[in-house]
Ligand binder design. Structure first.
Ligand code: SD4
Length: 339
């Protein structure tokens, strides 16, 4: 029996949706290996079910004639603007001092350009600040008050550092004596990757990070190579989950490097999880997930534990899929027969 565990397999999801086999009319083909191929880029892939509307926005913006960079920025802005999302944008769970601190980055495959902000307070769209850092400075990353000043000088959209609802939840968290109740609540990120019709790759990532984190804590999401990496000659990857477990291994960079070595996107995500688990004292007990797309239009994802859900869209198709989950080592060498 294969030692790798696939919980809630993507195949089951596809069977449920009547999508096994070639479905080029729907814009996707599932290969026998479980690998997926967009029959016709543009293709957008993002983390979690809440990535579906941002994917669709990305495609619509692109269709309207905008650049790939505009498209990923606008897609991620949609998630940031949703104040009911507790893990992205100013609706996110605050840091331990009750103030929301946001992390974001953006990358353009063409020109290999990147911009990033971390621990920025009071601005609605950190992804747009990251883009302006990329385009208007000689730097890649601005943090904290420096990032806020930069955004203020440009009149970028502001919002409350904490809403009454967030304050009330934070008060409850602060008062809780019980260790369980004090545990970091669920926290997610949008990482969104785009392959355009002309074969260029773009990516963007945004999060409020770990709920009730130590103020000033920076996760993987704004770190180029950590929560996002785009190499226009190979592919792009993004991450979600406990940032500390991605950050220490340059997770998204590693996924892209595995694709460069010839692995499919899904296998590259799995190989990255294997590599991290082989080094980490916690093994696969890491709560981390990756998405990836390659230059050929293949895409995939994988996560530790029971895996996670991610969203994919191309011209005639928009769906939420279940990634494989991994809890134990595969048979054979990393990069070998993964399925
Ligand atoms: C972080 N990776 O700040 C982000 C949060 C996340 O699912 O994605 N959680 O660590």
């Amino acid at each position: 029996m294969a030692r790798r565990t696939f919980v809630g397999s993507s195949l089951a999801t596809l069977v449920g949706a009547g999508l096994t086999g070639a479905n080029s009319a729907l814009g996707e083909t599932q290969m026998p290996s479980g690998e997926r191929l967009a029959s016709k880029p543009p293709l957008v892939i993002s983390t979690w079910p809440f990535g579906k509307p941002p994917n669709e926005r990305t495609l619509a913006v692109l269709k309207g004639g905008a650049s790939g960079l505009d498209a990923v920025e606008q897609g991620v802005r949609l998630a940031e603007a949703d104040l009911t999302n507790p893990s992205v944008g100013l609706g996110g769970i605050p840091a331990a001092n009750g103030v929301v601190q946001l992390d974001a980055c953006i990358m353009s495959g063409p020109g290999h350009k990147a911009g990033s902000v971390a621990a920025v307070e009071g601005f609605s769209h950190p992804v747009s600040i990251a883009r302006r850092v990329m385009e208007e400075t000689r730097h890649v990353m601005l943090v904290g008050e420096g990032a806020a000043r930069f955004a203020r000088e440009r009149g970028m959209q502001t919002g409350p550092k904490v809403t009454p609802g967030q304050k009330a939840a934070w008060e409850n968290w602060r008062k809780a004596q019980d260790k369980e109740k004090k545990k970091a609540p669920n926290h997610d990120t949008i990482a969104l990757l785009l392959l355009t019709q002309s074969g260029d790759l773009f990516g963007a990532c945004s999060t409020s990070g770990w709920g009730y984190k130590t103020p000033g804590r920076v996760g993987d999401s704004p770190i180029i190579g950590g929560g996002l990496y785009v190499d226009n000659t190979v592919g792009a990857a993004g991450a979600t989950g406990i940032g500390e477990n991605v950050l220490r291994y340059c997770g998204s960079f590693l996924v892209v490097e595995f694709m460069r070595q010839g692995l499919s996107p899904q296998d590259a995500c799995l190989a990255t999880l294997d590599r991290i688990a082989s080094l980490d004292p916690k093994g696969y007990d890491l709560s981390i997930n990756f998405i990836a797309v390659d230059k050929k239009g293949r895409y995939g994802a994988a996560g530790t534990g029971s895996g996670f859900q991610y969203s994919v869209a191309c011209d005639a198709y928009s769906n939420i899929l279940q990634s494989p989950g991994v809890t134990t080592k595969p048979i054979g060498p990393v990069g070998g027969n993964r399925l």
